[in-house]
Write a protein that binds this ligand. Sequence first.
Ligand SMILES: Nc1nc2c(c(=O)[nH]1)N[C@H]1C(S)=C(S)[C@@H](COP(=O)(O)OP(=O)(O)OC[C@H]3O[C@@H](n4cnc5c(=O)[nH]c(N)nc54)[C@H](O)[C@@H]3O)O[C@H]1N2
Ligand SMILES: Nc1nc2c(c(=O)[nH]1)N[C@H]1C(S)=C(S)[C@@H](COP(=O)(O)OP(=O)(O)OC[C@H]3O[C@@H](n4cnc5c(=O)[nH]c(N)nc54)[C@H](O)[C@@H]3O)O[C@H]1N2
Ligand code: SF4
Ligand SMILES: [Mo]
Length: 903
Amino acid sequence: MDMTLPVQTVRTTCPYCGVGCGVTATVRPGSIPIIAGDKQHSASQGRLCVKGAALGETLDLDGRLLYPTLRTDDGMRRASWDEALGRIAKGFADIIAAHGPDAVALYVSGQLLTEDYYVANKFMKGYVGSANIDTNSRLCMSSSVAGHKRAFGEDLVPGCYEDFELADLIVLVGSNTAWCHPTLFQRILRAKEARPSLRIVAIDPRRTATCELADIHLPIKPGTDVWLFNGLLSYLARQGTLDAAFVAAHTDGFEQALAAADVDCSDPAQVARTCRVDLGQLLAFYDAFAATSKVVTAYSQGVNQSSSGTDKVNAIINCHLATGRIGKPGMGPFSLTGQPNAMGGREVGGLANMLTAHMDLDNPVQRDAVKAFWNAPRIAAKPGLKAVDLFRAVEEGTVKAVWIIATNPLVSLPDADQVRRALDKCELVVVSDIVGATDTTVYADVLLPALGWGEKDGTVTNSERCISRQRAFLPAPGEARADWWALCEVARRMGFTGFDYEGAHEIFDEHAQLSGWRNGEGGAGLRVFDIAGMTGLGRQAYDALEPVQWPVPAGDHRGTRRLFADGRFAHASGRARFVATPPRLPVHAVDDDYPLSLNTGRLRDQWHTMTRTGKSPRLANHAPEPFIDLHPNDALLCGVREGELARVTSRWGAMVARVSHSGGIARGCVFVPIHWSGQTASDARVGAIVNPAVDPVSGEPEFKHTPVRVEPFVVEWQAFVLSRTALAVDRVANWTRVQGEGFVRYELGGRGPAHADWARDVLKVSGETDWIEYDDAGAGVYRAAHLVEGRLQACVFVARRGAALPPRQWLAGLFAQETLAPRDRATLLAGRAPQQGPDPGPTVCSCFGVGRNTICAAIRAQALTTTAQVTACLKAGGNCGSCVPEIGKLLVLMKSEETAGGR
Ligand SMILES: Nc1nc2c(c(=O)[nH]1)N[C@H]1C(S)=C(S)[C@@H](COP(=O)(O)OP(=O)(O)OC[C@H]3O[C@@H](n4cnc5c(=O)[nH]c(N)nc54)[C@H](O)[C@@H]3O)O[C@H]1N2
Ligand SMILES: Nc1nc2c(c(=O)[nH]1)N[C@H]1C(S)=C(S)[C@@H](COP(=O)(O)OP(=O)(O)OC[C@H]3O[C@@H](n4cnc5c(=O)[nH]c(N)nc54)[C@H](O)[C@@H]3O)O[C@H]1N2
Ligand code: SF4
Ligand SMILES: [Mo]
């Protein structure tokens, strides 16, 4: 390594959530890049959350896919790019020739860059001639897209992040902002600190970290948001707090929407009963909304992922249109996007029912315009299959080839075992990923290595329409290539012209040109998505591109913060539309067999199926195991106990995880996180039990509600293993694993003997070795450690119940020692240091590694009352701030314990 190479700092954008924070990566030869917040980035102003801050820990090449592989009769073998691309091109061409263009499909992702996405869409819709390209955004944003199109005439987010700071009331609906959009949440908190009159309302069935800092929390019954917002519209109308002039001048359909709302929702008491919320709290929210003009209503998956998701979106937008609270500073409906490029994918038309550049498949003039611009041989004439239907068609055999790029559908689709059956049967499965082993790559016939974050180059668009560069700062590993490149190479091999790009900048240029192309023709009005002002950048200007919010029409290079300021919308009439939203319950109701409602969602420190965040030991500590969170009374009824394993079963499948009581779950509800896959647990893929019901308009799945039952998962013993090397544990009844600092941690639940032979077998130890053990068969306790030349190689602890196992922290720390200190060796099998301080408990602050018990002890001992005091005392919360809401929660908890104790 040449140590004289200069230290280089590259400005780029975080690859995780839709906030789209600016990141600086400082690259030094021979050491891992140093990641920091980019103070110059308008979206984040230097802030990063804990996931962004840990990006440096995810960049090593362990587990990376480095060259193409092909399936043969004897399994997968390495292949050249040429051979792999040739096989895809021939496979696609043969199937199209025999069965037509709709027999092939692409399934892509909001984690692609706009340039990759653009090429994928052009390839399918313009050259293959089928709209069978859908994306995981179907699972994420499609209800918002459909809601925007119905209300505004185009998929448009009116506001910007600054509106959160300018608002006097922020309503967070179905959004765990504190964990899923953390730096934006911190912006909200700072605004509230500066201006305590800013009120926050959280609407979520769970009491999440976000709710802790809300003035009002409405723990709504899952799926009933439309009642709540119809009720609000009706209430506003009765109170006379509508903006009649705005409604008259700029909207259509108000009367019908109000009439529909009045049918079931005109009586707040009735609404409160239906939504299962306190009437007083409901009215407090309604009054706050009525009395405040600067209101931002931000929403996310509690709204979108529902069989009435599109109606939920429109019920919210209706309230903003009725009060004219849109397009002005500090107000508006605000769809928070999930993935880093959810927006970019929508701009290029990545969904099966969209064309490109916000044009429509069912508009013949626009279809012709795109075909002409692309100089394409054909153009898709009808919408393609939406994600859930797409994989059904694969199983039925009507779709015979599928190319999956940057998504993991075997984990993330509902009824995920159906996806497994589909891929198992499919003639040609191509998967492009950065990781070799995922639940989906296992089914690939052709596996292509993609460039990952830090290696790839292009643009992403965040929740506030801000286009921002992701820049490469690392060399391409192995033979990995950009996704757009692989798509272009296949297109060329299929004989398609129009795929000769020198680099991402040329693709972006074409995309920008198309956005302005024949804009205004086709009887649909001017398309607001117009970035013609960004054409002709050339490589240099593209590389230097600063974040900018679209639209950026020709002649303008500063972009647009807010839309609709002039009251003009994108329907041909120029007016916005109210949508009548008669409320309806989720498709599948709970019943005696499946009495509980399963809700699924995210944890603070993991990203989706963990292929990247799972590499960081620091991130793993926050929630090292999958869990089933439910109310203690329901647990009692189900016969399950906190800390023990339980099985959750639905009509679609079953899974196993540990029972937990966070205190935030209402009776009748269960929450399970989405992050575990077949790579990280034997049986905790929640997608396998989620019902495949979808919203009739958007096709978005009902991820937030599935009827389930919970019962004990009986094991005879529980154990954990910490091992420097990965182990084969698949014969144990239940296992989960996470990455530690220098070791892998397994949590096991099993049946049958678990003593010396078993332990040596699991740890792959044979013959004479440095092996120390403790066996108390009567008590069901077994403990052993394996040392190699004085260095701890692995240890295993077995007990009848999980609660009888020692905490993992102290043992984990021993893996940092090159040679185990004699006193540590002496107490190794006790699982604790000789004079050990108290167990710090599960990590709350990942930046400084501060545990829950430590924080509680400090609060108690020093009578701390504010999060700032806790930070001053322990540092916890003082860096990225992601854990501040949880510290707040602990303060509340301790206070209530104190009050209870004082009684
Ligand atoms: N840490 C982390 N952050 C992420 C991600 C991640 O994987 N990890 N993923 C990113 C992506 S792609 C996305 S889409 C976003 C998602 O961001 P969010 O939507 O904030 O996250 P979720 O946890 O999916 O769900 C949000 C909340 O909806 C609530 N909910 C469930 N049912 C209902 C209902 O009927 N009504 C209402 N009002 N609420 C309900 C749930 O209890 C949950 O707290 O997060 C992004 N950010
Ligand atoms: N039960 C339940 N299921 C859900 C949800 C839920 O709330 N509940 N939420 C849904 C939502 S909102 C979303 S967004 C999805 C997310 O679900 P997925 O998209 O399936 O999850 P990821 O783990 O993000 O998958 C991304 C894959 O792309 C790979 N990858 C990363 N970068 C690149 C790249 O540059 N190129 C290529 N080719 N590959 C790359 C990663 O290694 C990983 O395998 O899950 C959905 N599923
Ligand atoms: S909030 Fe966190 S995950 Fe989201 S973009 Fe910013 S640093 Fe990345
Ligand atoms: Mo998402």
